[in-house]
Ligand binder design. Structure first.
Ligand code: PLP
Length: 402
């Protein structure tokens, strides 16, 4: 007889100590800080890249909308959860992204997993068990994108990370195929902080007659025209009907939720078919209020984005001069690749003792042998704090024998 609880316990016992995950309490503080175990730490492990989660305008609008409209939306968007503000926010988004239209979903994970699955749906591709579509995915795509492919029982054809020449070769190989082709990639990669050449991938997709799906979770708020991502701008994001651009509000825009920038027919298709939209309670009014304020504010924050860029360049320069490996990063996400799980954990612990919170990322989130610190900078950090963190990393690495 199958005893699931016993199997779960056995599985847990088999996870090596250095790979175990646990939830640890934290109190978010303003000015790029966090409290953990009663101690104030500088927070270099958050995706709140502009510090907007503590911005007065977002806080004020979130609390006003909560006070006026209540704390829950009460139903899915297709029932009575479609607050009138959605329409205004979505047209503002479409304007900023340069797309025909936009659609808000509850989270980035929910958007990728359910929208991608909906694009791969059997109904759309001939009703077979496995969707009649060829799916070309960057090897380092986010887990939510894998989940979407899995949900549709679709096989992924992986290309080498951010290697468009390799993608081109693979697409050539399938050139004669009658099947629809979808390329799925990210504009800023979450664990490496490197950037996609958006212009080149668009050209490639056009030449191979492939549909393009780009995740802008880590570019939104930070990079591109008015900070709205590398696919943003007039006639850009979702400007082609053969493109869908996804992004999130929970990182650079300081709130929560996700958006799709796309064509009118794609939006109609998703409203009719996407289970993540149809069968989920809509976002609460406070969150919509914060999103509304963030979209008002984001285009005005060029100075903050410039500061963030300078901090990133300085931080990488100091680490590299000291022999540390920051991978391919060119953005506010900066890995310090260590390799060993144990040493990565030891460095993160030593940094915490010095007053800095930094993410320690191990396989399977990143490939075997590439455990790393994932440093995320925020525009609210000062140059002095960035220098302090860089020196602390150098010291902590020495302490653990690196
Ligand atoms: C590239 C990427 N896409 C999607 C998501 C999921 O977004 P959310 O946190 O809004 O669920 C993440 C989250 O970390 C991400 O890194």
């Amino acid at each position: 007889m199958v005893n699931l609880s016993a199997r779960i316990e056995k599985h847990l016992l088999n996870i090596p100590e250095e790979r175990q995950r646990a939830l640890k309490g934290a109190i978010p503080l303003a000015e790029g800080a966090v409290e953990r175990d009663g101690k104030r730490l500088l927070n270099f492990a958050s995706n709140d890249y502009l510090g907007l989660a503590h911005h007065r305008l977002l806080q004020k609008r979130a609390s006003e909308w909560g006070a006026t409209y209540g704390t829950g939306s009460g139903a899915s968007r297709l029932i009575t959860g479609n607050h009138i503000a959605y329409e205004k926010i979505e047209s503002r988004l479409a304007e900023l992204k340069g797309s025909e239209t936009a659609l808000i979903l509850n989270s980035g994970f929910q958007a990728n997993s359910s929208v991608l699955a909906t694009l791969l749906s059997r109904v759309l591709h001939g009703g077979r068990d496995r969707p009649e579509v060829l799916l070309f995915c960057d090897k380092l795509n986010h887990a939510s994108l894998h989940f979407g492919a899995q949900a549709a029982n679709a096989k992924q054809i992986r290309f080498r990370h951010n290697d468009l020449a390799h993608l081109d070769q693979i697409l050539d190989k399938y050139g004669e195929s009658e099947q629809a082709k979808i390329i799925v990639t990210e504009s800023v990669f979450s664990m490496d902080g490197d950037q996609l050449d958006v212009r080149a991938v668009r050209e490639l997709a056009r030449r191979h007659n492939a549909f393009l799906y780009i995740d802008e979770a880590h570019a939104t708020g930070v990079l591109g025209a008015q900070g709205m991502g590398l696919c943003a701008g007039v006639g850009a994001g979702g400007g082609s009907s053969e493109e869908l651009v996804m992004g999130t509000f929970g990182k650079g825009l300081g709130s929560y939720g996700a958006y799709i920038a796309c064509s009118h027919s794609m939006r109609d298709y998703l409203v009719n078919s996407c289970s993540g939209l149809i069968y989920a309670t809509a976002l609460p009014p406070q969150v919509l209020g914060a999103i509304d304020a963030a979209l008002e504010l984001a285009p005005t924050l060029d100075r903050e984005r410039e500061h963030l860029k300078e901090c990133g360049n300085l931080f990488r320069e100091i680490l590299q001069e000291n022999g540390l490996d920051t991978g391919l990063s060119t953005t506010q996400i900066i890995p310090v690749i260590i390799g060993s799980d144990q040493k990565t954990m030891a460095v993160a612990k030593s940094l915490e003792e010095k007053g800095f919170l930094v993410g320690a990322i191990r396989p399977p989130t990143v490939p075997e042998g590439s455990a790393r610190l994932r440093v995320t900078l925020s525009a609210v950090h000062t140059i002095e704090q960035i220098k302090g963190l860089a020196q602390a990393i150098i010291d902590s690495c020495k302490e653990v024998g690196l």
